[in-house]
Design a binder for this molecule. Structure first.
Ligand SMILES: Cc1cc2nc3c(=O)[nH]c(=O)nc-3n(C[C@H](O)[C@H](O)[C@H](O)COP(=O)(O)O)c2cc1C
Length: 300
């Protein structure tokens, strides 16, 4: 009933834990059986380990979060040797979220992931929190196309390209990434934002700007998913402010094949289970047998 297929990979349901908000899955085992998820997107991986940014990393706003983590991660080798074997035991689809500062970084990362049983590579060309940390590739469509096509030449895995809402033109960006060979598109990453500490009279974050996520971004993320789903012929994975099953269903009705849940995991660690159950309940109430029946149904 809930099964979906994303670039040849079957997910038991359309709910994926979003990168950077779910670690490598293990941390959530104390809250619920994470094998119930459709998939997990890993914390953004880079060739070398990263300590992340100095100073404040998370700032809570009225209806969302601003983060400046700076791609803190153990590096790809440690991921492959230590984290991945544990993730594989979780019995859910493993999506490796890959970050990079240069094209060489991305290519080296893909080559290492090629020899693993990771199912999908999510190419993060959209991280706003590291200098030259990916988003540089996610602003201009032609640059993104070039990165995607070079990655596709070496990748043995399906490549899902994760777009930044800060792209100059989100639809053109998605189309160009598909021309470069993207097997799927996921969107959106965080919005460039800031906060000021009025007592210190200075920006909260060392890098001044950081990434906004959570409930406040949902209407804009939904609009972007709607626009992109109407312009590309590959699966679209939507995210941005999904806090409950109704939000998730909106994204599917806008044209998403699957969805990711990020900041909501920090509000309620087992929220993904509520979302999976809520989608199922809605389908039963409405007599919907397959998600295909409602995918894109709200489109005009
Ligand atoms: C603390 C934090 C860390 C994140 N780290 C990553 C990351 O490493 N790679 C990535 O592609 N997205 C990262 N994101 C973005 C999320 O995966 C997601 O795209 C974004 O938060 C929007 O979804 P949401 O509103 O459900 O949180 C991060 C988000 C947060 C809040």
């Amino acid at each position: 009933m809930l099964k979906v297929n994303i670039c040849g990979v079957e997910l038991k349901n359309p709910v994926i834990a979003a990168s950077g908000t779910f670690g490598f899955g293990e941390e959530y085992l104390e809250y619920y059986d994470v094998s119930k998820l459709g998939g997990i997107s890993t914390k953004g991986l880079t060739i070398n380990p990263k300590d992340g940014n100095e100073g404040r990393r998370i700032h809570e706003t009225r209806s969302g979060l601003i983060n400046s983590i700076g791609l803190q991660n153990p590096g790809i080798d440690e991921f492959i040797n230590v984290e991945l074997p544990k993730m594989r035991k979780l019995d859910t689809v493993t999506i490796a979220n890959l970050g990079g500062g240069t094209i060489e970084d991305y290519l080296a990362g893909v080559e290492k992931l090629n020899d693993t049983d990771v199912e999908i590579i999510e190419l993060n060309i959209s991280c706003p929190n590291v200098k030259c940390g990916g988003m540089a590739f996610g602003i201009k469509s032609e640059t993104a196309k070039s990165v995607v096509s070079q990655v596709k030449q070496v990748s043995k895995k399906p490549v899902m390209v994760k777009l930044s809402p800060n792209a100059e033109d989100i639809v053109d960006m998605a189309v160009k990434c598909c021309e470069g060979g993207a097997d799927a598109i996921s969107l959106v990453n965080t919005f460039k934002a800031m906060a000021i500490d009025i007592r210190k009279r200075e920006p909260v974050f060392e890098n001044v700007f950081a990434g906004l996520s959570g409930a406040c971004i949902k209407p804009i993320a939904l609009r972007m998913v709607y626009e992109v789903a109407g312009a590309v012929n590959v699966p679209v994975v939507g995210m941005g402010g999904i806090m409950n099953a109704e939000d998730a269903i909106e994204f599917i009705m806008a044209g998403a094949d699957a969805i990711q849940v990020g900041s909501a995991n920090f509000v309620k660690p087992d929220i993904c289970l509520d979302i999976i159950d809520g989608i199922k309940e809605f389908m039963e109430q409405e007599g919907i047998k397959s998600l295909k029946e409602i995918k894109g149904i709200a489109r005009r």
